[in-house]
Design a protein around this ligand. Structure first.
Ligand code: GLU
Length: 428
């Protein structure tokens, strides 16, 4: 096995669970391999030059419904990563109980280096090159790391245009065309932007109930302040949890009183500051005089090692590894990123008694929201945000209860129970 392959490692992890619960090896092998992987070149004009980017779409499995999963724009996107992420999507849609399979895609690019027009051209060119394999009953992309509703809107628009050009092909209605992408602004779902963070906090609430934690006595540190991390922070603090540390790719902030105790952060204020300054760096002063408020800048590594009750990695994969697992002090980890804890670190931490709520459960609110959006488009309706969030919370609670019961019945941890629930549904 290639030690650096994140797909091989995640495959191995799932395989071990399957073996333990006597799931047929043949079926497992068949499931684990992605159904189809598309690797494409995406040339676009930048100034006077043509620059070619690499793009991917891994359609992992569609036993339970159309392939479903996000598209990320990040310099580290590669075939191996996309394969792993697509496998996790297959498991995630099954755990949260929506009728989708799993997929993932992306482009190896640093979108921050592109102008808005270049980004638009790249997004549209991607769609032109994967058009054939997409569709409301085939494969439905969504936002992921560094992609957002605006990018998805360009993509839908391109998808609609291509469809209009190919008039002789099977005509599908406007709603169906729009149902081919989720996380859109135009004809999108009110509540979809918040869905992943909101869903994560629904899981956090259930977990706190089970573990008898009082939100007002529970400190939370969140790594990542993008769409997922920010909404998680916001909903968690509204639910009464003490969010004491947040960070983005440049570093994080905490505040302490004169005795060194954490002071909860004012999340809306921190958000406002981040919008103004472009990064969290410097936001420790937000809302008051820094010196008297005990604001402090920390690195991402320091955030991971804070003595808080709950640690929420909500950025990228592989941040808790063999290199830092010994220094993790939190008693609970809620994985809001995909794959933030490596399998080895997971084993070590679980053995040490750390309670891990796995990504495929904790961050499944995003794809559950996507399901509601897809349904809204196919039924040609416009759902209200309150109703959406209520429905989403129900889906999350029921997914959690199911995984929790499975963990109790099998006398095991939540990551293993989540895999088991997913595999049993997919391979039934
Ligand atoms: N990118 C999100 C995820 O990793 C959402 C995927 C979707 O809605 O299709 O779960």
């Amino acid at each position: 096995m290639n030690e650096n392959s994140i797909y091989q490692k995640s495959r191995q992890e799932v395989f071990e669970v399957g073996e333990k619960y006597n799931i047929s090896e043949e079926k497992l092998e068949e499931f684990l391999e992605p159904d189809k992987i598309l690797e494409i070149k995406i040339p676009i004009k930048i100034d006077d030059e043509t620059i070619t980017f690499k793009g991917f779409r891994s359609q992992h499995n569609n036993n339970l419904g159309p392939y479903k999963g996000g598209l990320r724009f990040h310099p580290n996107v590669n075939k191996d990563e996309v394969m792993a992420l697509s496998l996790w999507m297959s498991l995630k849609t099954a755990v949260v109980g929506v009728p989708f399979g799993g997929a993932k895609g992306g482009i190896a690019v640093d979108p921050k280096q592109l102008s808005e027009k270049e980004l638009e051209n790249l997004s549209r060119e991607y769609v032109r090159r994967v058009y054939e394999i997409l569709g409301p009953q085939k494969d439905i992309p969504a936002p992921d790391v560094n992609t957002n509703p605006k990018i998805i809107d360009w993509m839908v628009d391109e998808y609609v245009k291509i469809n209009q050009k190919l008039k002789n092909k099977s005509q599908i209605s406007k709603n169906e065309l729009y149902a081919t992408f989720t996380g859109k602004k135009k004809l999108g779902l009110s509540g979809r932007t918040e869905a992943t963070g909101f869903g994560g906090v629904a899981i956090l609430k259930k977990l706190s109930e089970k573990l008898k934690l009082k939100p007002e006595n529970t400190t939370v540190a969140i790594m990542g302040f993008g769409n997922v991390g920010y909404y998680f922070a916001d909903f968690a603090s509204k639910a009464g949890f003490k969010v004491v540390a947040v960070s983005d790719s440049k570093g994080g902030i905490i505040k302490r009183d004169s005795k060194g105790n954490f002071i909860p952060l004012d999340i809306p204020l921190v958000y406002e500051c981040k919008m103004e300054k472009g990064s969290l760096n410097g936001c420790y002063c937000a809302g008051g005089v820094c010196d008297t408020r005990g604001g402090q800048l920390i690195t991402n590594e320091e955030l991971l090692q804070l003595p808080v009750d709950i640690l929420v990695p909500a950025a990228l994969e592989n941040v808790i590894t063999e290199n830092n697992m010994q220094n993790i002090k939190a008693k609970i980890i809620v994985e809001m990123a995909n794959g933030p804890v490596t399998p080895k670190a997971k084993h070590y931490l679980i053995k040490k008694g750390v309670f891990i709520t796995p990504d495929i459960l904790a961050n499944s609110g995003g794809v559950a929201g996507s399901y509601i959006e897809w349904e809204q488009n196919l039924k040609n309706k416009t759902y209200k945000k309150d109703d959406v969030l209520k429905r989403l919370e129900k889906l999350m609670f029921s997914a959690f209860e199911n995984v929790w019961k499975t963990a109790e019945r099998e006398n095991t941890n939540l990551p293993e129970a989540s895999y088991l629930v997913a595999l049993q549904r997919i391979l039934k």
